[in-house]
Each structure stands twice: as structure tokens, then as C-alpha cells.
Ligand binder design. Structure first.
Ligand code: HEC
Length: 200
């Protein structure tokens, strides 16, 4: 090491730095991948098991966390039936595949991803537009089977077209939306007043 060639100007120093930075970043990526998996897997930290569709799901502001959080309550059956985990998975999966096959994200966002033509569906299950928790599931099925004649539009003048899904697929979509509403989305969407908040 002499004055003409200080450490930071030497090629071998920067080679070592490049190797260490690359290796360090790689390690961080591996750790983050496993952390994300634990957050996003069904039955994991943020995503409920499918049988959560047997429960009341609400979305409530938690002052200590400064954000809205899903709250899982007592039994509140969907379509009057208690689903096992396998049955619930089958129904929710049918609903998820229907939303993919019919490309609902072409107009809607799911968990914030998709198009901005129509409302975000993350908390659609909790939308106060379904009037009451007794009417909700039947109204949703009815709407999904014939959205043109059951349009709500909310003053936007936009209408959802009939996507020709079967009654079973519509039930699957409702189960999928109920399950999705229980996901801890870190407070997204913000300030969403649920059907339960309206009833109180
Ligand atoms: C061509 C655009 C378009 C497509 C595709 C579309 N929608 Fe819609 N959807 C709308 C519009 C517009 C509204 C709001 C009008 C209304 O509620 O009548 C809406 C409303 C809804 C609502 C009520 C939302 C709430 O918060 O209460 C649900 C649920 C819904 N759509 C589900 C679906 C599903 C499931 C699919 C795929 C099978 C789908 N949509 C595909 C345009 C679309």
C-alpha cells in the first residue's frame, strides 16, 4: 500500500466488495422469501384457513395499530352450511378459478391488483350495499348471475356485464370473496365502513 495506490483505488478491493455485496443481497433475498411465504400461505400469519368462511368476518379500526384489521368472530355460516377445511377449500378454489377464467381483474382490483373501472373486491363481502347480513349471500349470488338487471352502480353509471357464470360458480365466488375479506392486508382498503358498522 503506497500513496499512489490507496486501498479504495485498488481493483482487488472493489472485486471483494462486489462479491460480498452480491452474496449479502442474495442472503437477504432468501430470508425475505421465506418470511413472505410464512405471511402469505393459507393458514399462515395473515391469510386465514379456508374454513374461516364458517365465521363472522369484520374489518375494524384498531387504534393501537393505527389501521383497520380483519376481526374473526363467532360462527356465521355461509349458505346455511358448516364447511370442513377440504370442502371450504374446494368452494373457495372454484370461486378463485371463476374470477380468473372470467378475468374479473379486467375491471376490478383484487387485493389492490387489477383495473380501476369497477370497485376493489378485497372487502366486497363486507360492502354495506348488500343491505343486511341475512340478505347478503343471496343478493350476491343473484347479482353475480345477472348483474345487468341487479345493478347497483352507486351513481357511477357503470354496469357490470353478464359473465354467464353458473349458480355453483357464483356461490364459489361468494365464498372466495368472504375468505378474501379475512386476509390481513395491512390496513388496505383504508376507512372502509362494513355492513356490520352500518347495522349498529
Ligand atoms: C366489464 C367490467 C366488469 C367485469 C369484467 C366484472 N365486473 Fe364486477 N362490477 C363492474 C361494475 C361497473 C360494478 C359496479 C356496478 C354495480 O355494482 O352494479 C361491479 C360490481 C361488482 C360487485 C359488487 C362490488 C361491491 O363492492 O359491492 C361484485 C361482487 C363484482 N362486481 C364481482 C365481479 C366478479 C366476481 C367478476 C368476474 C366473474 C366481475 N365482477 C367482473 C364491472 C365488471
Amino acid at each position: 500500500m503506497n500513496e499512489e495506490n490507496p486501498l479504495w483505488a485498488s481493483e482487488s478491493f472493489w472485486k471483494k466488495v462486489a462479491i460480498w455485496v452480491t452474496a449479502g443481497s442474495f442472503l437477504i433475498l432468501v430470508v425475505l422469501t421465506f418470511d413472505s411465504l410464512s405471511q402469505t400461505e393459507v393458514g399462515g400469519k395473515r391469510v386465514q384457513a379456508y374454513s374461516v368462511i364458517n365465521k363472522k368476518i369484520d374489518y375494524v379500526y384498531q387504534a393501537n395499530l393505527h389501521k383497520f384489521m380483519p376481526v374473526i368472530g363467532e360462527t356465521e355460516l355461509l349458505f346455511g352450511k358448516e364447511f370442513t377445511e377440504e370442502e371450504a377449500e374446494k368452494l373457495v378454489t372454484l370461486g378463485k378459478k371463476t374470477t380468473q377464467a372470467k378475468n374479473c381483474m379486467n375491471c376490478h382490483t383484487l387485493l389492490g391488483n387489477g383495473a380501476y373501472y369497477a370497485p376493489d373486491l378485497t372487502k366486497a363481502w363486507l360492502d354495506k350495499g348488500w343491505l343486511s347480513k341475512e340478505l347478503r349471500e343471496d343478493l350476491m349470488v343473484k347479482f353475480l348471475l345477472d348483474p345487468e338487471n341487479n345493478a347497483r352502480t352507486f351513481g357511477s353509471n357503470r354496469k357490470m356485464p353478464n359473465l354467464h357464470i353458473t349458480p355453483d360458480e357464483a356461490k364459489g365466488v361468494v365464498a372466495f370473496l368472504k375468505w378474501m375479506s379475512s386476509i390481513d392486508t395491512n390496513g388496505f382498503p383504508y376507512n372502509f365502513k362494513t355492513i356490520y358498522a352500518t347495522e349498529e
